[in-house]
Design a protein around this ligand. Structure first.
Ligand SMILES: Cc1ncc(COP(=O)(O)O)c(C=O)c1O
Length: 446
């Protein structure tokens, strides 16, 4: 099938058939494609020349908005100067400079960085680090990994094994063995229409203790959770919950991994969610906002305790048999350095905190609209949960997404939940536009 053109629009002559699109309703898309051809600051441009207000920072990644000059220049400069350097047994200065700047941003005690190319790879890396850490210190019996229901940790086998989204797991066989899950924290009966952290549910953290004791602590390596779960529809941790997870991990010698692929780099008004919640894990997985989404990159942040456990044995030997051809790619490092500069110059790592009261009031203004069964918000994240159409789950939210795109706003949906996470440069007037347009669409929704 050929992409249609509209009068006066940019011609799109390629067939749409060959590209098998990720996490997309391919047949629906190819009947009525939604093509983006440009982006600047808070807006995308479509192939038919319309401006779309970005309510999702791309896919939770363009935290500084689009086509920011410092980042564009840094990438252009780097690609002309050093396009690639072997990642193994060789180095280049930008990778070291970036790592030093990243650990300076990280919570105290988190002082090493291992580069990857995506959130999924960061998760695999962190899980492998956790297993190898225990083995390196003579506790190789700790081979179990624990995740949480409704968790999203990317799409590779480790990530979907510890993840808890049924549709991401059910088609793919037996997954990793030795994995268990704790309960999720979503509780509309007690917490609907909360702003910030909900009041009820800290005790759900005790499920971790139950699972650890079931398997015996001597077999458990690590637990991984998103501090705020994003892809499953924005699940905000109840007050006291993360603190309790940390205490249980400490009690049983289990590593705590925070997957901060979406919460890292300012989403909650602090560099990391770990800062925001005042709970420091042993490992932090990141990606997305590290380069403002411009070049694929991820990083695992590790505590000194973990890093140092590997630094034994003969010095000519590789300490951790893991890495990617593109770990610390020079162009990605340049993009990340340009991104950190932009974040610093514009105060973007704390801006979500300044906007949060305005943002959460805007999200809460949707309460009471047709089919809205919950709204919730934290930092510059918001969610609107809709009552599913009987027998047609996801349809109501997806229709809202399609109408929103037609009307000039980009929102994201997962199940029947609308998730919003605009670039951190959004203005109050743009918040009004985003939420105002969404309100009009929801008022008319079937
Ligand atoms: C918490 C979390 N972990 C991991 C990932 C996977 O990241 P990627 O798509 O870059 O592999 C995502 C992506 O949304 C995420 O939200």
């Amino acid at each position: 099938m050929n992409a249609p053109t509209r009068p006066g629009s940019q011609p799109l002559t390629n067939s749409l058939e060959a590209f098998w699109m990720p996490f997309t309703a391919n047949r629906q898309f190819k009947q009525t494609p939604r093509m983006l051809v440009g982006a600047k600051d808070m807006h995308y441009t479509t192939s038919d020349g319309r401006q779309i207000l970005d309510g999702t920072a791309g896919l939770w990644c363009c935290n500084a908005g689009h086509a920011r000059p410092k980042i564009v220049e840094a990438v252009q400069r780097q690609i002309a100067e050093l396009d690639y350097a072997p990642a193994f047994q060789m180095g280049h200065p930008a990778a070291f400079e970036l790592a030093s700047r990243l650990v300076a941003l990280a919570p105290d005690g988190i002082d090493h960085v291992f580069y990857t190319n995506s959130g999924s790879e960061s998760v695999e890396t962190a899980l492998k680090m956790a297993l190898a850490y225990h083995r390196a210190r003579g506790e190789g019996s700790r081979f179990r990994l624990i995740g949480r229901e409704r968790g999203y940790h990317g799409v590779n086998f480790g990530g979907i094994s510890v993840g808890g989204i049924v549709s991401n797991r059910k088609m793919f066989g037996t997954l990793l063995t030795g994995v268990d899950h704790i309960r999720h924290t979503h509780d509309l009966a007690r917490n609907a229409f909360s702003i910030g952290q909900p009041d009820h549910g800290a005790e759900l953290a005790d499920d971790l203790e139950r699972v650890i004791l079931l398997h015996d602590p001597s077999t458990v390596a690590a637990v991984i959770v998103e501090p705020v779960a994003g892809s499953t529809g924005v699940l905000i941790p109840p007050k006291g919950y993360l603190e309790r997870l940390r205490a249980i991990c400490d009690k049983y010698g289990v590593l705590l991994i925070f997957d901060e692929v979406i919460t890292g780099f300012g989403r909650l008004g602090q560099p990391f969610a770990s800062d925001y919640f005042g709970v420091t894990p042993d490992l932090i997985t990141t990606a997305k906002g590290i380069t403002n989404g411009v070049i694929p990159m991820g990083a695992v942040f590790a505590s000194g305790k973990i890093h140092d456990a590997f630094m034994t044995g003969p010095e000519h030997m590789i300490e951790f048999f893991h890495g990617y051809t593109y770990s610390g790619h020079p162009v990605a490092c340049a993009a990340a350095l340009g991104t950190l500069d932009t974040y610093a110059e514009e105060g973007l790592l704390t801006r979500a905190g300044e906007l949060a009261p305005y943002w959460s009031a805007a999200i809460a203004s949707l309460n009471g609209l047709p089919h809205v069964i919950d709204t919730r918000s934290i930092g510059l994240i918001g969610a609107i949960e809709l009552d599913p159409i009987a027998g047609q789950p996801t349809k109501r939210a997806f229709s809202t997404f399609l109408t929103a795109f037609e009307q000039g706003i980009l929102i994201r949906t997962t199940g029947d939940i609308i998730a919003l996470s605009p670039p951190l440069i959004i203005s109050k007037a743009q918040i009004d536009e985003l939420i105002g347009k969404l309100a009009e669409i929801l008022k008319k929704a079937a």
